[in-house]
Design a protein around this ligand. Sequence first.
Ligand SMILES: [Zn+2]
Length: 60
Amino acid sequence: MKTYHCGSLVPGCDWHTRHEDEAEIIRRAAEHMRETHGETTIRETMVEAIRSRITKAEAE
Ligand SMILES: [Zn+2]
C-alpha cells in the first residue's frame, strides 16, 4: 500500500489518498489538483513531483 499527501506538494492542503498502485494514486492526485487547486494542465513535472512524494503506507 502506498500513500500520497497533497500537503507535501501544496502546503496547507490535508487531502490524501492511498492505493496499491502508484499510477492510480497519480491519477487521483491529478484529478484533485484540477478540481481543488484549479490546475487546468497536469504537466509532466507535476506528475514527477507527485510521484516523488508517494510514500509507503502502513498496512492495515
Ligand atoms: Zn490538495
